[in-house]
Design a protein around this ligand. Structure first.
Ligand code: NCD
Length: 305
């Protein structure tokens, strides 16, 4: 039985197969509409989410399966003190696969060690968010045609943003990838990513503060929200929250083929005036998120179509 804790749990070849499957689902949704009949997905969300939880539920429903679960810790037995390990043992009797989001780093991993069903990490604290990464990769591969030879700018909260950490981890396995990290001093990428992932693999990167200085050289601009819930004090959040606002004026400095991605939710970091720009890909990204989660469910349940 396989789980998904990090994008590195799949080899590059396996990820290619998964994304091929997602693109086939995109082209022929009818072929997949009933393949999970009789199967149940549990969504165990101890932390707020709209997109990820509904995207998993939509994915399972579009495969003909059913869903159950909870969307905040207060309405689950966690409020009575039940451990994640006990909860997953019980859920293993109710469902065939589960997606878990938790504010504690490593909680889905603990669950996977005692689980009777495949566990998908749907975001653990500031650590990883592998299904968002699969979404980001499928979006880039589908719209650009490849995952090699890209200069990727990551902008905003690179310290607490788990989507950023997962994406860097996943992309360093491709050829000729370079990164531009755009953040205020306080929100720079963590040292462990710099040392254990980038330096260890000899990946080229630069760190800058001003988006205007680098936007013209990027193939992808990945914008992120300042992660209010992971700050230690409100004052720092207020000072940093509007550090970057991508608007039409800045988009004028970017190349004609640069794509703007964002895991969403956005707060202020992308002005709504950018939404109608053909380079804005963040709403198409949401749609790819459903296809890739459908492909992931089929892969982990070993359903062959
Ligand atoms: C992200 C997350 O939860 O980390 N959202 C998502 O899953 N699409 C990004 C965020 O909350 O900023």
């Amino acid at each position: 039985m396989r789980h998904l804790m990090s994008p590195l749990d799949f080899s590059v070849e396996e990820l290619d197969k998964l994304m091929d499957l997602a693109n086939d689902i995109e082209r022929h949704p009818d072929k997949y509409a009933h393949v999970c009949e009789g199967r149940i997905l549990a969504t165990l969300f101890y932390e707020p989410s709209t997109r990820t939880r509904l995207s998993f539920e939509s994915a399972m429903l579009r495969l003909g399966g059913k869903v159950l679960g909870f969307s905040n810790a207060a309405s689950s037995s966690a409020a009575k003190g039940e451990s994640v390990s006990d909860t997953i043992r019980m859920i293993s009797c109710y469902a065939d696969i589960c997606a878990m989001r938790h504010n504690k780093e490593g909680a889905p991993m603990v669950a996977s060690q005692v689980s009777g069903i495949p566990v998908i990490n749907a975001g653990d604290g500031g650590h990883q968010h592998p299904t968002q990464t699969l979404t980001d990769m499928l979006t880039i591969r589908s719209l650009k045609g490849h995952l090699n030879h890209l200069k990727i700018g990551l902008c905003g909260d690179l310290k607490f943003g788990r989507t950023v950490h997962s994406l860097i981890n996943a992309l360093v396995r491709y050829d000729d990838i370079s990164f531009v990290f755009i953040s205020p001093e306080e929100l720079r990428i963590p040292d462990y990513i710099r040392e254990d992932v980038l330096d260890a693999k000899g990946v080229s990167y630069e760190e800058v503060e001003r988006l205007e200085d680098v936007i013209g050289n990027l193939d992808i601009l990945y914008m992120t929200r300042v992660q209010r819930e992971r700050f230690f004090n409100e004052e720092d959040y207020v000072r940093l929250k509007d550090f970057y606002i991508l608007d039409k004026k800045k988009m004028k400095l970017a190349g004609p083929d640069m794509l703007v991605l964002h895991p969403l939710p956005r707060v202020n970091e992308i002005s709504v005036e950018v939404d109608s720009d053909p380079r804005a890909a963040y709403f198409r990204q949401v749609q790819y998120g459903v296809y890739v989660r459908m492909a992931l469910i089929l892969t982990l349940l070993e359903v062959n179509v």
